[in-house]
Design a protein around this ligand. Structure first.
Ligand SMILES: Nc1ncnc2c1ncn2[C@@H]1O[C@H](COP(=O)(O)OP(=O)(O)O)[C@@H](O)[C@H]1O
Ligand SMILES: O=P(O)(O)O[C@H]1O[C@H](CO)[C@@H](O[C@H]2O[C@H](CO)[C@@H](O)[C@H](O)[C@H]2O)[C@H](O)[C@H]1O
Length: 443
């Protein structure tokens, strides 16, 4: 027996914020696995449903649902159901599902000893997000993943590695997780320490950029700090380990050639799309291609390591005068296997530098006065990063390679941004396009 009325599902899904397929006609929906969780004062089903579209790839979603006379009711709207789900994780319970099992995991780390009030207060997060997050007792945050991907979830794996194998603490620590094994295997939920009174780095930087043309010295020191934290993150991710998913690997010429070819490949279609809105971009094509080509000819030095993969100002939190780095799920447009690939950490550095340009462009679009903001911000961040990573085995050994790689990864990120903006925020496509037009001649 299925736990949910399948005939009502297509309509239900189309009204959910987290459902990515709103624009596509649905061919069929089926339940591929389900489990009933009936401990505590709320009984509900966790169902994994597969949505097959008329065109394109099928997708899987996690539906925590309660039987209701009115059709489908989201169990996450009830505090008792949320507490029930959290208890399964905290108590590391195993519950058989129709084709596998659901497993709660709680890490045995000092952070895992967190004391929680009883009864446990529950608060749903109201921010725009692709999943559903809930705060318990203002101490921990549970993220229930809505769109499920096959394979190892990078946020789960990275969080566990950082918490149990490294001393890196500038992140809300992973405390636990809920996983499903069997033919619908996936990470279903993650629990982290909740950071109270946090502002994300994007809002924090915009506020500062709006306030003044010239950035005050204390803010630039904070940007230097941010660079140091990212450098420390890379040191942690480059830790010597026998775990093949994390062990650093030497950077090879073939890696550089592959990355260069991939950027060149992306450039063709992306610039063609961009030139429909900005004709000038065509004149820049040769110069941009040269930046990508040069990457292939860098003399290989340094390492490939696991990286954050989608680093920007929205992925850092500012709380109690500290920077914390979070959201290790990687770039949403890539599948889990691609996101788990080892790369040069220069890719993360490039991501953050691009974010400063977005902040500058945003305040200029709002009509604020120009100021020397972007260059000092970039410089301060890079100073902090380079200070903490001086001589690190994971970075290129010479200055020329450092800059060639940085420019090539900035270019790669710019192309990603053009595609992202064309798809999601067409008004903003001018931000990466203007930056492409400004990109200097390769030296
Ligand atoms: N550990 C945390 N402490 C405080 N706030 C957090 C924490 N983790 C996430 N948030 C807030 O919740 C928002 C959504 O989190 P995120 O993990 O990015 O969800 P999603 O993957 O669904 O977008 C973030 O933008 C941030 O403001
Ligand atoms: O939703 P995620 O946080 O995983 O990231 C996606 O959305 C981001 C947009 O919010 C996007 O970032 C781009 O816009 C930012 C400003 O809103 C800017 O700071 C980033 O530099 C820029 O790339 C991110 O790329 C995307 O994966």
């Amino acid at each position: 027996m299925t736990p949910v009325d399948l005939t009502k599902l297509p309509e239900y899904l189309k009204h959910q914020r987290w459902f990515a397929g709103k624009a596509w006609p649905i061919k069929s929906v089926s339940v591929v696995d389900h489990v009933t969780l009936d401990s505590g004062s709320c009984a509900f089903s966790l169902a994994v449903v597969e949505v097959v579209y008329e065109l394109g790839q099928p997708e899987r979603y996690l539906l925590p649902v309660k039987p209701s006379s009115e059709g489908i009711q989201d169990a996450l709207e009830e505090a008792d159901c949320l507490r029930n789900l959290f208890q399964i994780i905290r108590e590391q319970r195993t519950v058989p599902s129709s084709s596998g099992q659901v497993q709660g995991e709680w890490l045995s780390t000092p952070d895992g000893l967190v004391a929680l009030p009883d009864p446990l207060p529950v608060r749903r997060l109201t921010v725009e997000q692709s999943n559903t997050s809930v705060v318990f007792g203002e101490k921990v945050i549970l993220k229930i993943i809505r769109k499920l991907e096959a394979g190892v979830n990078p946020e789960h794996e990275m969080g566990r590695f950082l918490a149990t194998r490294t001393s890196f603490r500038s992140t809300p620590m992973l405390l636990g997780a809920l996983s499903l094994s069997g033919n619908a295997g996936a990470t279903l939920a993650l629990v982290h320490r909740f950071v109270p009174n946090a502002t994300d780095g994007w809002k924090y930087t915009l506020e500062q950029f709006r306030r003044s043309g010239e950035l005050p010295a204390p803010f630039l020191e904070e940007m230097r700090e941010l660079g140091r934290r990212i450098g420390e993150l890379h040191h942690a991710l480059a830790s010597v380990t026998d775990d093949p998913a994390f062990a650093p690997e030497p950077l090879l010429q073939e890696d550089l050639q592959r990355w260069s070819a991939s950027i060149l490949g992306e450039m063709g279609k992306t610039l063609a799309d961009a030139s429909r809105v900005h004709v000038d971009i065509d004149n820049q094509r040769e110069r941009l291609m040269e930046h990508a080509r040069r990457l292939a000819h860098v003399t290989p030095s340094g390492q490939k390591i696991r990286i954050h993969g989608d680093l920007h100002l929205g992925q850092v939190l500012r709380s109690e005068n500290q920077w914390l780095i979070f959201d290790f799920e990687g770039e949403p447009s890539r599948n889990f296997t691609q996101r788990r690939e080892k790369y040069s950490p220069m890719r993360d550095v490039a991501g953050m530098l691009r974010s400063f340009d977005y902040a500058e462009a945003t305040v200029m679009l709002e009509g604020n006065s120009p100021g020397p903001r972007l260059a000092p911000c970039r410089q301060a961040f890079l100073e902090g990063y380079r200070e903490i990573t001086r001589g690190a085995a994971f970075l290129p050994a010479d200055e020329a390679s450092f800059w060639t790689m940085l420019r090539a990864f900035e270019l790669e990120k710019l192309l990603y941004e053009v595609r992202y903006e064309l798809q999601n925020r067409p008004d903003w496509v001018r931000i990466p396009v203007q930056a492409l037009l400004r990109m200097e001649e390769p030296t």
